[in-house]
Design a binder for this molecule. Structure first.
Ligand SMILES: [Zn+2]
Length: 282
């Protein structure tokens, strides 16, 4: 991917995609995932989110013996029922066809799809499963995209910490017009559409001003824009159910035996590290 100038960068169109699954099955299973929700947004730095695509997918039946595992994984994240969900109306082929219609090729060239690197294996697997054959979609990582956009502007590589830091934000977890209707109404955080929109918000926040683009409601929720300058973009969720206990991890770092009462100091491991180790929607 190469851009001639800044104008080419800001008008380039990217598609952010995510597919959620009812859990992740062991590697010996032919069926590694059961895709159940897909989200995708069309985005450019200049115009922000231009359109979005969302479906609940009619999943396959879990392999024998794995139904409980799949339901438990669902309950811990997106909470989409494994069976009998009234909104799962579309089968694999229909969803994929509609996704390809949504992402029209420009001048005969298929657009690039991007996802978070941690999600890439699952999404790629699901796309190929839905296509029955190798899907034609090229799936790239958002981390690489952010790196290249930064590099294009500043002629130098950003640090990996900066890249992951820019993308690991929780500020917009509960923003309006971010989750799909069902996840919003049920106040459930994990939504495939929301995860795509939050990537767009992060890219906007990181790069729009860098490229001289003014933020609009299409770039990020306007009511949350003020937070952008505070530097405090990480919001701890106190009601995150089963994940609460994982937020803080005590690690012994200094043990002094010179004191009469042995003291032991602890440090809090970074929330970033802890969050990164959680497989949100597997
Ligand atoms: Zn959703």
């Amino acid at each position: 991917m190469s851009w001639e100038n800044d104008q080419a960068v800001v008008t380039d169109i990217f598609y952010f995609v995510n597919i959620y699954s009812h859990g992740k099955l062991p590697s010996h299973c032919e069926q590694r995932f059961l895709p159940c929700e897909i989200g995708c947004v069309r985005y450019s730095l200049q115009d922000g989110i231009m359109a979005d695509f969302h479906h609940f997918i009619d999943p396959e039946v879990p392999p024998r013996g794995f139904r409980y595992h799949c339901q438990a994984a669902s309950d811990a994240t997106h909470k989409i029922p494994v069976s009998g969900f009234h909104l799962s109306r579309t089968c694999y082929t229909v969803v994929l066809r509609e996704l390809l219609e949504f992402a029209q090729p420009a001048r005969g060239v298929w657009p690039h799809f991007y996802c978070r690197s941690n999600d890439r294996f699952r999404i790629n697997w699901c796309l190929n499963r839905m296509a029955s054959i190798e899907s034609r979609l090229e799936l790239l990582t958002v981390e690489d995209l952010l790196t290249k956009l930064y590099q294009k502007k500043y002629q130098k590589m950003p640090s990996k910490n900066w890249v992951y830091g820019e993308l690991d934000v929780f500020l917009w977890n509960f923003s309006s017009n971010t989750r799909c209707k069902w996840h919003e109404e049920n106040d459930i955080l994990w939504c495939a559409l929301a995860s795509c929109k939050k990537i767009a918000y992060c890219i906007s926040k990181s790069l729009a001003s860098m490229y001289g683009v003014s933020l609009t409601a299409a770039h990020m929720p306007l009511q949350d824009c003020d937070y952008g300058e505070s530097g405090n973009t990480k919001m701890v969720m106190l009601d995150a159910g089963c994940f609460q206990v994982r937020f803080f991890k005590l690690i012994p770092c200094v043990i002094s035996s010179s004191l009469s009462v042995q003291t032991c100091q602890f440090q809090l491991s970074s929330l970033d590290t802890v969050f990164r180790n959680i497989h949100w929607a597997d």
